[in-house]
Ligand binder design. Structure first.
Ligand code: ATP
Ligand code: PRP
Ligand code: MG
Length: 282
């Protein structure tokens, strides 16, 4: 039986559970449940604090886990990433009150408040910066105003919390992070149940990123149309009853679909239809 760690609370929890459900796995229905057994797939899911997930996976007590890349780096446990999951995207960065810290070259001697001491200390060590890390549990944006630190290092998503605290980012992000599926360093990702889970999650990612585009176009414009919609392997082209016309079907990225539809229209394509993909295996 495979044992998998899933975030029980916070930003990562809901989207992780939703993604596993979309991939066909049974998930808890009560958000206070500690575990959920999926007998059909022979997997037990354990709901744990996102911070602790790398510890359980790194020790080998659980086979796989979902956590944030920044939490992974912070923990420094022997785990590695199998797949980026496309949610809980954020940056991790330094911030200070406007005009107080010029740039990342002036951190020597400063006090930095953070809930991610491992991540920040590694960054400072690598650059030989002599700053002091003040470890806090959360709401670190308050630390400067309350006099505990000169600047902070924290997760920034929309930037609204920084603005509210009167802080501005200093320098480039320390790292860019999103949710990831992890396993213990050296474990075999080809183990059949793990490989199947990976294929299913990749299927969910593709179903979210792509749509199915179908349209009719004149056969003499087909090369131009195919250049716009090359699909994954190659588009499906079928003859239409009307002489000199074909129907084309291809997967396209959701993000660019309106531009492609406009360009298809401009080369004379008509009946251009978009449908969602609910699941797939490529
Ligand atoms: N807006 C956000 N706020 C917090 N974490 C975010 C945000 N967007 C993405 N994340 C990611 O979520 C993870 C943080 O998980 P964590 O459990 O700390 O969530 P949380 O929302 O801060 O919950 P809590 O504060 O209750 O612990 C990190 O990997 C972080 O990069
Ligand atoms: O850039 P934003 O969209 O404002 O999001 C980032 C903020 O959200 C998180 O705080 P959270 O609500 O998790 O509280 P915490 O600091 O106690 O973890 C994070 O620690 C930042 O403070
Ligand atoms: Mg938090």
């Amino acid at each position: 039986m495979l044992r998998i760690a899933v975030p029980n609370k916070g930003t990562l929890s809901k989207p992780a559970i939703e993604m596993l459900r979309e991939a066909g796995y049974r998930q808890r229905t009560d958000d206070r449940d500690l575990a959920c057994l999926d007998t059909d797939n022979d997997i037990e899911f354990f709901y744990l604090r996102p911070r602790d997930i790398a510890t359980y996976v790194g020790s080998g007590d659980l086979d796989l886990g979902i956590t944030g890349q920044d939490l992974l780096v912070d923990g420094g446990t022997p785990v590695e990433q199998l797949l980026e999951l496309g949610f809980a995207g954020a940056t991790f960065r330094f911030a200070a009150p406007q005009g107080t810290v010029a740039d990342l070259g002036s951190l020597d001697g400063k006090r930095i408040a953070t809930a991610y001491p491992g991540l920040v200390e590694r960054y400072l060590e690598e650059r030989d910066i002599k700053a002091r890390v003040v470890e806090l549990d959360g709401a670190v944006e308050n630390a400067v105003r309350l006099g505990v630190a000169d600047l902070i290092a924290d997760v920034v998503a929309t930037g609204a919390t920084l603005r509210q605290a009167g802080l501005v980012p200093i320098g480039d992000p320390i790292m860019v992070s999103e949710a990831a599926l992890i396993h213990r360093t050296g474990d075999d990702p080809a183990q059949p149940q793990v490989a199947q889970l990976l294929r299913r999650l990749q299927g969910v990612l593709v179903a979210r990123r792509y749509v199915m585009l179908a349209y009719d176009c004149r056969a003499d414009r087909l090369d131009e149309a195919v250049a716009l919609t090359p699909g994954i392997e190659s588009p499906t082209v079928s003859p239409l009853h009307r002489e000199g016309w074909v129907a084309v079907q291809a997967m396209v990225q959701r993000a660019g679909m309106h531009r492609i539809m406009d360009e298809l229209y401009d080369i004379g394509a008509r009946a251009i239809l978009v449908t969602d993909i609910h699941a797939c295996r490529l």
